[in-house]
Design a protein around this ligand. Sequence first.
Ligand SMILES: *Cc1c(COP(=O)(O)O)cnc(C)c1O
Length: 415
Amino acid sequence: MSDTLTAPRSRADAPRSAAALIDAEARYGARNYKPLDVVLTRGEGVYVWDVEGRRYLDCLSAYSAVNQGHCHPKIREAMIEQASRLTLTSRAFRNDQLAPFYEELCALTGSHRALPMNSGAEAVESALKVARKWGYEVKGVPDGQAEIIVCADNFHGRTLAIVGFSTDPQSYGHFGPFGPGFKVVPFGDAAALAAAITPNTVAFMVEPIQGEAGVIIPPAGYLQAVRALCTRERVLMILDEIQTGLGRTGKLLAEEHEGVEADLTLIGKALSGGFYPVSAVLSNDEALGVLKPGEHGSTFGGNPMACAVARAALRVLVEEGMIDNAARVGERLHRRLAAINSGAVREVRGRGLMLAVELVPEAGGARRVCEQLQARGYLCKETHEHTIRIAPPLILTDDQADGVAEAFEAVLGGM
Ligand SMILES: *Cc1c(COP(=O)(O)O)cnc(C)c1O
């Protein structure tokens, strides 16, 4: 084994070919991803460049973590400045970035309180813990009996608790046994939710638009019906806006499309503009209020660098008009994609710049289309076999949107 090990390479090393890097990944890495064979080395705005110098328009934005565009200069500046000053104190001590982060985040989202975490999955786990605790201490559910309802085809992350209530065999298969306490109902079906609620139900968790499932939009009025049911039955409504939030759908939070407010709202991904893992649980006073000192935490959660980066990421999102741009350019791109005349397309759907093109099964699969788009300078990722998600940075211009539509037309038009 020792003869295959080499010393870590420094930045001064000669650039390696894409093929060599792909080879080394396959050899040494866990094989839990199957990426497109493009090795990126630089990003700026909506564009990324591969190691051979080819430029691509990024139509995925790291699953909506890079809503503000790659390497946004103001977020970068905040990160470098904070990195030179103070990076981590742990919550054993206070830091001067946390309070302004709370203030700005709560003011922007209309929340009473927030809990800072790192990855999206941690925000989800935190909300589930809070919901159970609320159920026992406020609602009066007998200890150990709390039920949480989730939706079929959900995606909330990769921890054991979360994959335990996934309905995707790839996510949960051979990772059990899983803890009890979760029930699954169909997405978009308020009557099914109503039927599943019992006196022990403490929360219902749902994505406003299911992202990983393929950009699935629920029927109009669904979130309002859920809100009414949750209020009537004293069940916490948890909205997982880790992908839909922070401008992606053309509103700061997707819940605004139906004018509702969840009890707990989860954000992550674009909360740092792609620089650093930052997530948060947003809450009213009652739900997060159940946590007392020592009952939950995270070494890195709320650290000064995360707070400084997130403050800058939120500021540019608002100040640079990215949310309105997502609504306007998203509508234009949606219209142009829907106008493509192709027997390969079953449906174009989405909201804001969270779009998807679903192909008919006879089209030969979305992966192949993504490879053809890559050859034209557009990076897209298939979601399941027949769906291509389109989620470029929210700074996309009209011309760039037209370019995306034209690339799709060129690939799909002849099919
Ligand atoms: C990405 C995502 C998560 C998980 O976030 P991680 O940072 O990967 O843990 C949770 N929920 C939704 C809706 C997501 O899109």
